[in-house]
Design a protein around this ligand. Sequence first.
Ligand code: NAP
Length: 282
Amino acid sequence: MATILDGKKVAGKLAEKVKEKVKFLNEQKIFPTLCVIEVGNDPASKIYLRVKRNLAKQVEINEKTINFDDDVKQDKLIDTIKELNNDPTISAIMVQLPLPAHLDQSKIIEAIDPAKDADGFHPYNQGKLWQGNSQVIPATVRSIMSLLNEYDIQLEGKNALIIGRSIIVGKPLASQLLNKNATVTIAHSKTQNLSTLTKKADIIISDVGQAHLIKEDMIKNDVVLIDVGMNRENGKLLGDINFQTCLPKASAITPVPGGVGPLTVASLMYQVVLLTENQNNG
Ligand code: NAP
């Protein structure tokens, strides 16, 4: 029977660690503060932001949200980011994605000071990841690596298949799996015969956004399955992997909900603390 990789449990442990670190910083009169920039009123973003706000409160990180209307001008957004970069009371900045189509996401991310880049999407931080010496790791990637580490899943020499090539998950995750000596393949929407790749993989991480894309006849016995997908269908939250039918074949699997998702928010808070520590070292 597969081990269920319990993201909620690992998130609880990480949140405790973050809280302790925040307490230690507070004793030195240092107050980690995350500033979130939100554009418009996307309902999914509102839910994510509420979850982030609640956890920030729980671990005693200050959280501040700046909300702009849907039609905000790019220059105004960039000027605000520049002000936050220069504001010593702000430790970390994140821009809630997706942004409206008239805004150039890359330019906006590039405006964030890499030392305050909570999400780790800045090209400087993404480049450092590939050099193998970055402190800033995108929260979902940190969450996946923490789960694998917590459950002692061996990566060295394994065939790891990442499905999805976003800068948020797929590409930065590839760097981290390579650091752990896995042999990494990245699939995407133009990949031919996905199932020939999935059948060879020892570890599959799916970040696509298609409910039950991965089925039991596409995987080999004892595979490790990590599901990043969050797909709403008829009021239910479903992963990219068919949990029920793949469970008997897998050696380990993340549930959706309760897997990667909850740990991602805790990983973001951990990242805020790391940035704060770095800014106050020396
Ligand atoms: P995205 O940027 O649209 O990336 C999706 C990726 O999937 C793309 O690289 C795309 O390929 C690839 N793809 C699409 N159809 C495919 C197919 N049939 N076969 C193989 N690859 C395919 O999406 P995202 O923002 O990363 O989000 C993906 C999912 O993860 C969503 O359900 C989202 O809610 C969830 N998510 C969860 C977390 C978490 O913490 N749990 C965090 C982030 C995202 P191309 O590059 O060729 O288009």
